[in-house]
Design a protein around this ligand. Sequence first.
Ligand SMILES: Nc1nc2c([nH]c(=O)n2[C@@H]2O[C@H](COP(=O)(O)OP(=O)(O)OP(=O)(O)O)[C@@H](O)[C@H]2O)c(=O)[nH]1
Length: 131
Amino acid sequence: MIKVVCAIVEQYDRVLLTQRSEQMREGLLWEFPGGKVEPHETEKNSLVREIKEELAIEVQPYKRLQPIIHPYPNYTIELIPYLCKFNGGVVQLLEHKTYHWVLPEDLPNYSWCPADVPIVEEYLQVCRSRQ
Ligand SMILES: Nc1nc2c([nH]c(=O)n2[C@@H]2O[C@H](COP(=O)(O)OP(=O)(O)OP(=O)(O)O)[C@@H](O)[C@H]2O)c(=O)[nH]1
């Protein structure tokens, strides 16, 4: 199973989404940015590294949400979401097609990677519990 971490980066009342580029697996679908955890790397270190490599911004993971195990046709991933603070930098698209800063209420309107659908749901619950 491939272990993948993803970042729910919050700034003010919006959250950062990225669209995978055409050449990537799950091309053109939307995701929370992140990537595979390398051996001997902690989940948080891996997430900070991936976000810097892909988007050139600094994030600070502070809360792990419920991991999702999702079988794709040729491999299975464990997708581990973290709520993250935005710690600065300007987003540069080094791998993705595009990005959006989105209000939580608009999250269901995106074409998500299938593994992200329950994560979006849990995040919306987190947002509701804050009100
Ligand atoms: N980063 C990320 N990957 C996700 C999400 N949801 C999801 O199904 N995935 C899948 O998890 C896998 C992670 O691959 P990746 O391509 O982002 O990871 P990476 O940058 O480390 O990959 P690389 O080895 O191609 O450089 C892909 O199959 C991707 O489609 C998500 O929200 N974020």
